[in-house]
Design a protein around this ligand. Structure first.
Ligand code: ASP
Length: 310
């Protein structure tokens, strides 16, 4: 099987000033993931490596640099799903984990459960060799300032200076044919403490099945959950007959692209909101779609070069 990799850093109104940082972050994460895949490594390792870099990059709303919730705390969500076994590991509302994607992987591999939240998830981390960090390590001045402005006024995208969101995700197909998807986020700014969006929910912010494809979503979580967008995309890839009308609209594009477009159209049409998704079909064909002004994403083309947007 020819390996393939696609990653994203969120669908949002990325300002011109933020484009350079986004492209650089996407480039580095693609490089880390592709090094593993092109050397014959596993899709799980590639997705984890790419997402760890994006979590560590304050440009994105995941790990360090995440948005603060209404109480001024960072609460992180993440998921990793293996499309071969259909196993998943996910965490929500953790406050002391630097790289939640690593914890999600540990749950996938070691727990009988799929999802752990809050203090229970952190207890699992501590018991399974994932060190906890101080909550302050995840907070940066840009986000503290944005949060203060939101409190003084009301929540507004402008207070975020172009960093209104920026969930991250990755989907990888390895040489052995396994397909893995992951998503990690700090969620929405000023969210109610304990709020969980689509990102760590299996089928909403992420899904993978080797028989169809793998998906990672970004955007307004409350809307994405209502249409179960990641599973919707995988189901469409699985049953391509229903795609005929969407294919006509997509012109000569691939089925993978028609699926991504159909999901974003549904998000706009049925729940009137914005977001985006990346996917690989089971052959590794990449596609991305969004209805926000921009989405940060990148994938590896068949000749091995990186295609990066915006
Ligand atoms: N989907 C994420 C959430 O609702 C946010 C985002 O992708 O920007 O938590």
């Amino acid at each position: 099987m020819k390996p393939s990799l696609i990653i994203h850093g969120g669908a949002w109104s990325i300002t011109d000033e933020a484009v350079g940082d986004c492209r650089e972050g996407i480039h580095q994460a693609l490089e880390a993931g592709w090094k593993i895949l092109s050397g014959g490594g596993a899709a799980t390792d590639a997705v984890e490596a790419a997402i760890v870099l994006l979590e560590d990059d304050p440009t994105f709303d995941a790990g360090i640099g995440s948005h603060l919730n209404r109480d001024g705390q960072v609460q992180l969500d993440a998921i990793l799903m293996d499309g071969g076994s259909l196993k998943a590991g996910s965490v929500a509302a953790v406050e002391h984990v630097r790289n939640p994607i690593r914890l999600a992987r540990r749950i996938l591999e070691k727990s009988e459960h799929i999802m752990l939240v809050g203090p229970g998830a952190e207890k699992f981390a501590a018991e399974n060799g994932i060190p906890l960090c101080a909550a302050e390590e995840l907070m940066i001045d840009r986000e503290r300032q944005a949060w203060r402005r939101c409190l003084e006024d009301s929540h507004a995208a402008e207070h975020h200076l172009g960093h209104e969101s920026g969930t991250v995700g990755a989907v990888a197909l390895d040489a052995k044919g396994n397909l893995v998807a992951g998503t990690s986020t700090g969620g929405t700014c000023c969210k109610f403490p304990g709020r969980v969006g689509d990102s760590p929910l299996i089928g909403c912010g992420c899904y993978a099945d080797v028989e169809a494809g793998g998906v990672s979503c970004t955007g307004h979580g409350e809307g994405i959950m209502r249409i179960v967008m990641a599973k919707m995309a995988v189901d469409l890839l699985h049953d391509q007959r229903v795609l005929v009308p969407h294919r006509e609209k997509a012109g000569s594009g691939s089925i993978a692209q028609a699926v991504a477009d159909a999901c974003v159209r549904k998000l706009a049409h049925r729940v009137h909101t914005t977001g985006g998704l990346i996917l690989l079909d089971r052959e590794g064909l990449p596609a991305a779609a969004f209805n926000t002004p921009r989405m940060a994403y990148g994938y590896v083309e068949t000749n091995g070069s990186f295609k990066i947007a915006p």
